[in-house]
Design a protein around this ligand. Structure first.
Ligand code: GTP
Ligand code: SPV
Ligand code: MN
Length: 581
């Protein structure tokens, strides 16, 4: 097979020659093709079958133990001018990066099949969707891309119609961490990834295309590519309003995206619909509102902590047609992870007999891959080519102290400052130390394909085009008490905060103005049905001394991006500094 697009055929030929691939397979995305791939992976040991009685069509992949997370220190944005990549990215000159990658890819697919994977990010018929083709030598990547994107013949047909696509080249190489690079050429609309099979490094449609390349394109085209979930919140009157939320990796997007409201809310008629859990493309509409699509078609979710109590919707879809990566297994070969709340591990994520002295049974960044259509709260609007209109944007992070449960920005510019100043404790989603507070503007630190200062200017520009901009909020589910316990119950109970946010969007709830934003009045958050009343005073406390230090730190952080930082952000910060005294 080949395509009707000469440029695509030429590129595939050229890569096949350079990598000396032994076979070329064009993926059509069919069930039959998938079954054959799975069979081959079961034979090669890439996959293990899980218990077919309890988990039909579920498989376990154990990755190389040194290839379990994104590698931010080996991820590069290669623009002609270093300044365009910004201090937020590692940079390499394009010529140097091409020379390096050409060397690594030379002959790397000898004895391997080269898969051509056409994919579409977003509904096939949406004008907002963008296509790409990933060339990979990993059948695991093909099977995951089939769940995560609209992959195969339909995507190829659209690519042939459009005549343009993002070129992604991937090889697992020999998995040597010293020969591992994830490089992006935004000016060429291309990506090259070598030496890793892990999600964000290898499923190129996801972070590499839909965030790094897309954010760069979005800037020139007047839209935003964001690390955000999208949910629809249906109130007792039956109206559905949409919220987009940016939280850093492993900080709660998937959980918020498929939240089940507490019983009292459900009985009252509240319901939450899932549109997306990780990536959101936002377009200013002709009506002056911001419209969102989820470019993905599946979830690549964090397994640990997922239970019938914390996330019943996730658990309900993980018992069939799911690929698990680096989880543990029980004696009867069911998937298991810390926080699952039932069963016990027999083998750990590396396949060894479980022994607590080796650490957790499941890797802390173990994941599940599953189609979004399997989600019980899947929204029928997720396939709408026009997207959904956004009423509120929520920025969140893991902060043990300082950040209150919820805070409303004074206006769009203040909201952009709130996003730009975001900080969060690091997690296992990327290699490196866990639990360190770092600035992660808009949860895009690892994913923005250009200079952060230009990115914030672009946010302000987009806001300027909106006559009905979403309100912007900051939330923190992770504040801890003196004993280190989370004060807020989180998960389904986050609905209580969403209710206040939705009421604010309809101008129906009061708020107290403070220097750092608008806070709910005492008693404004509905606590009905909670077994234990959380310490709301502590959750909503603004400590002026702590905040003064934070404002200084945000000022330094903005300054580190130099003179390109929009002056409005410095001015807004200055006003807050004065107001807090
Ligand atoms: P990425 O897929 O890496 O982008 O992560 P994510 O933002 O989708 O995070 P996810 O929802 O998978 O949550 C990550 C971890 O945080 C899991 O272990 C969850 O159980 C936990 N978590 C999510 N929401 C809450 C919450 O409201 N409170 C608490 N305490 N933990 C939460
Ligand atoms: C994240 O790390 O933010 C993820 C997983 O969503 S990955 O696909 O690896 O980026
Ligand atoms: Mn993510």
């Amino acid at each position: 097979m080949s395509s009707k697009l000469q440029a695509l055929n030429d590129w595939v030929d050229q890569v096949a020659n350079h990598t000396r691939a032994s076979r070329v397979h064009w993926c059509d995305g069919s069930g039959d093709e998938n079954r054959k791939l799975i069979e081959a992976m079961l034979e090669s040991g890439d996959l293990e079958q899980l218990n077919p009685e309890t988990h039909p069509d579920c498989y376990l992949h154990r990755s190389d133990p040194a290839d379990v997370a994104r590698v931010e220190h080996l991820t590069y944005v290669c623009t002609e001018r270093e300044d365009d990549a910004g201090p937020n990215n590692n940079w390499m000159a394009p010529a140097e990066a091409h020379a390096l990658m050409n060397g690594l890819f030379a002959g790397c697919m000898e004895d391997r099949t080269l898969y051509v994977v056409p994919y579409c990010m977003g509904p096939i018929e949406s004008p907002f969707s963008r296509c790409g083709v990933e060339i990979t030598d990993s059948p695991y990547v093909v099977a995951n891309m089939r769940l995560m994107t609209r992959m195969g013949s339909d995507a190829l047909a659209r690519i042939e119609r459009d005549g343009r696509f993002v070129k992604g080249l991937h090889s697992t190489g020999d998995l040597d961490p010293d020969r591992r690079y994830i490089v992006h050429f935004p000016e060429e609309l291309s990506i090259q990834s070598f030496g890793s099979g892990y999600g964000g490094n290898a499923l190129l449609g996801k972070k590499c295309h839909a965030l790094r390349i897309a954010s760069y394109q979005a800037r020139t085209e007047g839209w935003l590519a964001e690390h955000m979930l999208i949910v629809g919140i249906q109130n007792p009157a039956g109206e559905i309003r949409y919220v987009a939320g940016a939280f850093p990796s492993a900080c709660g997007k998937t959980n918020l995206a498929m939240l089940i409201p507490p019983e009292a809310y459900r009985e009252g008629g509240w319901k939450v619909w899932t549109v997306g859990d990780d990536i959101c493309w936002l377009h200013p509409g002709e009506d002056g509102r911001l419209w969102a699509i989820n470019p993905e078609a599946g979830f690549f979710g964090v397994a640990p902590g997922t239970s019938a109590k914390t996330n019943p919707n996730a658990l309900a879809m993980l018992d069939r047609e799911t690929i698990f990566t680096n989880v543990a297994v029980t004696e009867d070969n069911r998937p298991w992870w810390e926080g699952l709340g039932e069963g016990k591990p027999a083998k750990d994520w590396r396949g060894r007999a479980f022994d607590p002295k080796h650490g957790p049974a499941a890797h802390p960044n173990s994941r599940f891959t599953v189609s979004i259509k399997r989600c019980p709260s899947y929204s029928d609007q997720a396939d709408n080519p026009d997207g959904v209109p956004i009423d509120a944007i929520v920025f969140g992070g893991r902060r043990a102290s300082l950040a209150p449960l919820v805070l409303e920005a004074h206006d769009w510019t203040h909201g952009v400052l709130v996003g730009a100043g975001m900080a969060s404790e690091t997690t296992a989603a990327a290699t490196g130390q866990v639990g360190i507070v770092r600035r992660d503007p808009m949860a895009m630190k690892p994913f923005c394909g250009y200079h952060f200062a230009d990115y914030w200017a672009h946010w302000l520009d987009v806001g300027g085009k909106l006559t009905r901009p979403p309100k912007i909020f900051q939330v923190n589910w992770f504040r801890r008490d003196a004993g280190g316990k989370f004060i807020w119950p989180g998960f389904g109970d986050n609905m209580r905060v969403l209710e206040w946010i939705m009421a604010r969007c309809r101008d129906e709830a009061d708020a107290t103005d403070t220097a750092v934003g608008k806070l709910p009045d005492a008693g404004a958050i509905n606590l009905e049905g909670l077994e234990e009343r959380p310490d709301m005073e502590e959750l909503l406390r603004i400590d002026p001394a702590e905040w003064r230090a934070e404002i200084e730190a945000i000022g330094k952080h903005l300054e580190s991006f130099g003179s390109r930082v929009p002056s409005q952000l410095h001015e807004t910060l200055g006003r807050i500094r004065e107001a807090i005294g």
